[in-house]
Design a binder for this molecule. Structure first.
Ligand code: HQG
Length: 183
């Protein structure tokens, strides 16, 4: 957990620009979502946010959900998932664990039962390997409901799964027949 409110605030700001509105500070991410670290720091400085390289590295390293990744040469940065603009994250498909979990709110259940899980504003449906994470994600939306996803059956049926560096499992959609509420 980030306890430093200053870091938490900067981290939220980075999420906003790197996942949703890079154009608001004049940044144009490449097709994989990367922007030059230097360009990011300069763009933030232009709008009066003081963020230097050591502090950025600290945020990347300590972010409680490891939301950001640096390129191997450390010159570029991107969000690991959660974008709302088109981006090809290019994670290699992986064999998922047999069961994955999705946290939602009870009020969405009727619709999910009919349509399955769909990506909504994001690129993928987000799943987790642990019930605890799903519970916390669900609680952001209301009274939490944890759904159990038969990832093994989906994988056998040809659905692709991707795992981000911060252990979020991504898939395009989960049809209703692979879902059930956790007992
Ligand atoms: C729901 C956080 C009705 C879905 C977390 C969810 C996560 C449907 C909501 C990450 C539906 C979308 C993602 C359907 C899906 N009918 N509702 N057919 N299909 N939904 O925020 O999974 O803090 O886009 O159940 O840790 O809650 O951003 O997705 O309730 O990993 O780093 O529509 O966000 O990470 O909500 O959260 P979201 P999410 P960050």
């Amino acid at each position: 957990m980030n306890t430093d409110p200053h870091i938490a605030r900067l981290s939220k700001m980075l999420s906003y620009y790197l996942r949703h509105h890079p154009e608001e500070i004049g940044l144009t991410p490449d097709a994989q979502g990367w922007v030059a670290v230097q360009a990011l720091l300069e763009a933030l400085q232009q709008k009066g946010t003081v963020l230097d390289l050591p502090l950025l590295n600290k945020i990347v390293a300590e972010n409680n959900k490891q939301r950001f990744a640096l390129s191997d040469d450390l010159l570029r940065i991107r969000a690991s998932q959660g974008h709302s603009f088109p981006v090809q994250l290019e994670y290699a498909p992986q064999v998922p664990p047999p069961v994955l979990y999705h946290g939602t709110a009870t009020r969405f259940w009727e619709s999910i039962q009919q349509q399955g899980l769909t990506a909504q504003q994001r690129h993928h449906v987000h799943l987790s390997a642990t019930i605890e994470t799903a519970q916390a994600v669900g609680a952001r939306h209301g009274k939490p409901l944890v759904l159990q996803v038969d990832a093994e059956a989906m994988h056998e049926a040809g659905f692709e799964f991707f795992c981000t560096p911060n252990q979020v499992w991504l898939t395009a959609t989960v049809p209703p027949n692979f879902l059930k509420p956790l007992e």
